[in-house]
Design a protein around this ligand. Structure first.
Ligand SMILES: Nc1nc2c(ncn2[C@@H]2O[C@H](COP(=O)(O)OP(=O)(O)OP(=O)(O)O)[C@@H](O)[C@H]2O)c(=O)[nH]1
Length: 472
């Protein structure tokens, strides 16, 4: 037995006792010996391995087989050794990872006598590696998902912020600790903060102290805020009047957490309604006023008369109504033009307006007809007022085309409830009295008939002092 054979025999003895697999191949790649531990690792007995026409084809998983053969070939051709990991194919079809080491057998490396392969079971380590890899992959996937959600939520926030910054409503979010969490541009505008002011984190009391000087009655407004914080989930619109004349409404709403009904802060919405209020006011004025003279129109006259009669009926008072109609107004229009007629109407409204008291209501009912509603007035006061009006109108002078022109009016007076029990009847009674003034010679006033045929008529030219006379 030569020295190599002795060495190989010793090696086999040792190899039979080691945990890993040891195998010897001849230079043609044929398995010549394999340690019994191959059975524990793969289920194949050493005899089955030795009998197989190609041991590597039996033992190595097909994915790694060619690589393994190439490595064995390299060692056979002079490589000092090849170390790599590969999969063995078990008898039961499962795979088993091993760390594999190919070495030349014999002293002369350039002409080895055979090949030695050692393999140790690294299945547990591989499984741990796989698990780790899976965990890392899972973590990477979760992180990528989180990053995608974060990017999406940032985009969403950008979109929302762009939207909130272009709307005219001021938006303010306060957190549960009463600190500013978010606000938009309009909020800065409305509350007079510079556009680059940073309010984030500011407490509500500090915010209030900053705006107090801008608004009328700041204490009352701050009490409203306290009441909203104590009471309302969504508050009613509240008007804030600014010293510069602006009117701003606020609405507050409790913001609840996505999960659970826990309040996470409060949203305040501010709207500058100054222009809306002005427009509404202008519309009311247009709806209630005569555009030429600026006096209340017929619509408002009816409303006011109904209201006065209802009040008077409750209190047991009287309400007087004066119906005024110009005498010979049409000829002014015809002779001097419509503009001249307008001038007469405007001047008359102006001058008669001077003798009307604040609680009396002077209206243009249309054309050259006017009315005065006089609350809580007795007959004497009404006669005095009619007298004054006739005097004022008689005193008006106009210069049309170099000619001085004057005008007069006929008046009728009716008193609620003496002459009528409804507003329509009162208007009719005053009109009838006015027509009697016309038919009686114009430029005079006439008291409505209390009973059939009973009325009073008075012309300022008949007496300087007003005096209510009864007609026979
Ligand atoms: N300039 C002007 N004229 C108006 C306006 N509204 C109505 N009128 C004219 O006012 C006149 C009213 O008619 P009347 O009451 O019959 O005129 P009158 O000459 O005063 O008649 P008597 O009441 O009988 O004296 C008409 O010619 C209308 O065209 C207005 O806004 N401006």
């Amino acid at each position: 037995m030569d020295k190599l054979a002795i060495g190989v025999s010793r090696l086999r003895e040792i190899a039979e006792g080691v945990h890993g697999v040891e195998a010897l191949f001849d230079m043609r790649g044929r398995l010549t010996w394999i340690s019994p531990s191959i059975q524990r690792l793969t289920g194949w007995s050493p005899a089955a391995c030795l009998e197989a026409p190609d041991a590597l084809a039996l033992l190595v998983h097909e994915s790694d087989r060619r690589y393994c053969q190439r490595m064995a070939q390299r060692v056979a051709e002079g490589s000092l050794g090849e170390d790599f990991e590969m999969r063995l194919l078990r008898e039961d079809g499962h795979i088993c990872w091993v760390a594999c080491h190919w070495r030349p057998l014999g002293r002369d490396v350039t002409q080895p006598a055979g090949l030695r392969m050692s393999a140790e079971d690294i299945q547990a380590r591989k499984e741990a590696e796989y698990k780790l890899l899976e965990t890392v992959t899972e973590l990477r996937r979760a992180q990528a998902l989180r990053e995608r959600y974060l990017a999406r939520s940032n985009d969403e926030r950008q979109r929302l912020s762009a939207l909130l910054n272009v709307i005219r409503l001021g938006i303010l979010f306060m957190d549960r600790d009463h600190r500013v969490l978010y606000y938009n541009r309009a909020m800065l505008d409305i509350w007079g903060f510079p556009p680059d002011e940073n309010l984030i984190g500011m407490r509500d009391v500090v915010l209030q102290s900053r705006v107090a000087e801008l608004i009328e009655q700041p204490e009352a407004y701050f009490e409203h805020i306290d009441a909203v914080l104590r009471t309302y989930v969504v508050s009613e619109p509240h008007e804030v009047h600014f010293k510069d004349g602006r009117i701003v409404t606020d609405i507050a709403a409790l913001v609840e957490a996505a999960q659970g009904r826990r309040g996470i802060g409060r949203l305040w919405i501010y709207e500058d309604v100054t222009e809306q209020r002005r427009t509404a006011q202008r519309l009311v004025e247009l709806a209630e006023h005569d555009p030429l003279t600026g006096l209340y129109n017929r619509r408002r006259f009816h409303e006011e008369l109904d209201r006065q009669l209802a009040d008077a009926s409750r209190r047991g008072d009287e309400v007087g109504l004066l119906a005024i109609d110009l005498d010979g107004f049409k000829p002014i229009n015809d002779e001097f033009g419509h503009q001249a007629g307008d001038e007469v109407l405007v001047s008359l409204a102006d001058r008669v307006g001077d003798v009307i008291r604040r609680n009396e209501m002077f209206c243009r009912l249309g054309g050259d007809e006017f009315g005065v509603v006089v609350p809580d007035a007795g007959e004497t006061e009404l006669c005095e007022l009619a007298h004054r009006i006739i005097e004022v109108i008689e005193g008006l002078r106009f210069d049309f085309g170099g000619r001085t022109v004057g005008i007069t009016a006929s008046l009728g007076i009716a008193i609620y409830p003496r002459h009528a029990s409804t507003s329509e009847q009162l208007i009719a009674a005053a009109d009838q009295a006015m027509y009697r003034s016309k038919s009686g010679g114009r430029d005079q006033w006439t008291m409505a008939e209390s009973c059939a045929g009973e009325s009073a008529r008075m012309s300022p030219t008949e007496s300087d002092e007003p005096d209510c006379r009864r007609e026979d």
